[in-house]
Design a protein around this ligand. Structure first.
Ligand code: ARG
Length: 351
């Protein structure tokens, strides 16, 4: 890896508990969102998280990677468009969710949460700079995010097999995709039970948009998992290197045979060993597998996740141990907090 964008927690605001956030967040956490939605995250947690992210940047630079950062934006402002209004934004902590790099193109994805609508503003200085340096800069149609994008009957039935987002317009988060050379893998996820139903941030319309946009040069494969709260693929099925994936044992992939046929190796990850503090406000503890590969032989992994480190060492991959726990409270690990902009290598077919 030669260049990476690392997100920021500065200015991070708790999103309001709107229908699409309810669909994604465990019910036990709703009181937290009711109390703090629209307000900044607790300053002490943010400060400690910011210090961890600064250290992450230093480590990446020490490994010879150029680090770029988004602008500091105050996400606590409310906003209103002709189609919706929300009391605040969220953050620019997870560039992985919004920015997708495919060859020399950088795509600002049309995410499905209303609180994330203006997140792109934090990245615009960087994107203009990349454009000046020769990148192709793409913004797919911005979703209008009116009532029609969300299925309000979603919460009414006990079992409905429904998605919270409709097919009204394309929407997708970059983090629902992963790429291996000419092949991209994406999840359009599924909902099982009402109380545990979760947000679907990528719809089929969005996947179709990407298929047509990328054209014949790339293949897009749709994946699905046993997952009651599918949002972002990188704590479920993580690409480690050519033909190597680490898989979450609690969320088996329904298309495993497709990878096995192509000769790929799928390794189950050990369980996380983290505690309940600092709090897990936005994700599961499976962020232990949300690792960042510097190259096929070096990985950034949490310093306390010894079982995960052992798994990598057995695979012949060197672990660069980095402290991250407060930053996890905002819902992401090393992979979420970064978007790799430039890697060495040529476009290959591995599938
Ligand atoms: N939904 C995942 C979980 O709760 C977390 C994925 C976070 N990924 C991201 N790119 N923000 O385990």
């Amino acid at each position: 890896m030669q260049e990476v964008i690392v997100g920021r927690v500065e200015g991070a605001t708790v999103p309001k508990l709107t229908i699409e956030v309810q669909a994604c967040i465990e019910k036990e956490l709703w009181p937290f969102y009711r109390q703090f939605g629209g307000k900044p995250y607790q300053p002490d947690i943010l400060q400690k998280a910011a210090a961890e992210i600064e250290e992450l940047c230093r480590i990446l630079e020490g490994e010879g990677v150029t680090v770029c950062r988004p602008d500091v934006v105050d996400f606590s402002k409310d906003y209103k468009t002709p189609d919706f209004e929300v009391p605040s934004g969220m953050y620019a902590a997870m560039p992985r969710d919004i920015l997708m790099v495919v060859g020399n193109e950088i795509i600002e994805t049309p995410m499905a949460w209303r609180s994330r609508f203006f997140e792109y503003t934090a990245y615009r200085s960087l994107l203009k700079e990349y454009f000046k340096r020769g990148a192709k800069w793409t913004t797919p149609p911005k979703p209008q995010m009116g009532e029609q994008l969300y299925d309000n009957s979603f919460f009414k039935e006990e079992y409905n097999g429904k998605y919270i987002t409709t097919e009204f317009e394309p929407c997708f988060d970059a983090a629902d995709f992963m790429r291996a050379g000419k092949d991209l893998f994406v999840q359009r996820s599924h909902v099982y039970i009402l109380v545990e139903a979760h947000e679907i941030v990528t719809n089929m319309f969005g996947i179709q948009w990407m298929k047509r946009h990328l054209g014949d040069k790339y293949n897009i494969h749709v994946l699905s998992f046993d997952d009651k709260r599918p949002m972002h693929i990188d704590a479920t099925f993580t690409m480690i290197g050519p033909g190597l994936i680490i898989a979450n044992p609690d969320k088996p992939c329904h298309q495993l045979s497709m990878f096995e046929k192509a000769g790929w190796k799928i390794v189950e990850v050990p369980r996380s060993v983290v505690s309940d503090q600092p709090p897990w406000w936005m994700s599961s503890k499976w962020l232990s597998m949300n690792v960042l590969m510097l190259d096929p032989k070096r990985v950034l992994v949490s310093s306390i996740e010894i079982p995960t480190q052992k798994m990598f060492e057995k695979l012949g991959i060197e672990c660069i141990k980095v402290d991250m726990s407060y930053a996890n409270a905002l819902g992401g690990g090393f992979h979420c907090y970064t978007t790799d902009v430039r890697r060495r290598g040529t476009l290959e077919s591995y599938f």
